[in-house]
Design a protein around this ligand. Structure first.
Ligand code: NI
Ligand code: MN
Length: 233
């Protein structure tokens, strides 16, 4: 499995024969490693919630690549209303099979709405994270979440190998809280995301996460990617 960070909360995960895009918000991020025009292929697009920095370019990319959108039902219905042909309308659920890849929605302590940047708030269902199981590995993509007890449940039930955690503070956990989350989830690897990407986010020091994880869970490794970097597992 290959996990490529595209910047902010956008990732591309490649398994042997499928390509997943997670929260592909590329145009709005001055530091993204690519733009929608650079993406030629995708099989699934997973969207954690309706905020502009996560829904992002998902609809445009789904139309272009014919990828299936996977999202909570209200957000999936919204995408269909915008012309997306193929969308799985899920809710918080145990991982389900998508052509050999298991994908489940897990809770995130956040909010969900579309168009807030334009003074609107179209309801887009509960925000979620994703559990992705493929090739013997379990990946937990947290989306946007604050520190919450559900993270203990996710660690206990799904035992993720890799956890992508937001660390910007303000809208999500900060680096110190993400280190606490990592000690609950107990993954082999933490990949921080959602930091130092958009001008609206406060600047954070990723070393605080590295230090916190080293202290609280010495068996967990932090993998710090730059936009465009890939982690293979
Ligand atoms: Ni958000
Ligand atoms: Mn966000």
């Amino acid at each position: 499995m290959e996990i490529r960070w595209l910047g902010h909360s956008a990732f591309e995960i490649k398994t042997k024969n499928k390509i997943l895009l997670l929260d592909p918000a590329l145009k709005i991020n001055p530091n993204s490693s690519c733009k929608p025009k650079d993406i030629k292929k995708a099989d699934y697009i997973l969207i954690s919630h309706g905020h502009y920095d996560h829904l992002g370019d998902s609809i445009e990319l789904a139309k272009k690549t014919k990828a299936k959108i996977i999202a909570i039902v209200e957000l999936a219905v919204y995408c269909q209303g915008k012309g997306v042909k193929d969308a799985a309308m899920l809710n918080i659920c145990s991982p389900m099979d998508f052509q050999g890849i298991k994908i489940g929605l897990v809770p995130a302590a956040h909010s969900g709405g579309i168009g807030l940047e334009d003074g609107k708030a179209v309801y887009s269902g509960n925000p979620v994270g994703f559990i992705i199981q493929s090739e013997g590995k379990t990946v937990y993509f947290a989306g946007d979440t604050g520190l919450c007890a559900d993270l203990k449940m996710i660690g206990e039930v799904y035992k993720p190998d890799i956890a992508m955690l937001p660390i910007s503070g303000s809208f999500t956990m900060d680096p110190k809280e993400a280190a606490i989350a990592a000690s609950w989830i107990k993954p082999k690897v933490v990949i921080p995301m959602h930091y130092n990407s958009l001008p609206s986010l406060p600047k954070v020091n990723v070393n605080e996460l590295i230090k916190g994880v080293k202290k609280r869970s010495p068996k967990t490794r932090c993998i710090i990617l730059k936009p465009g970097d890939m982690y293979r597992c």
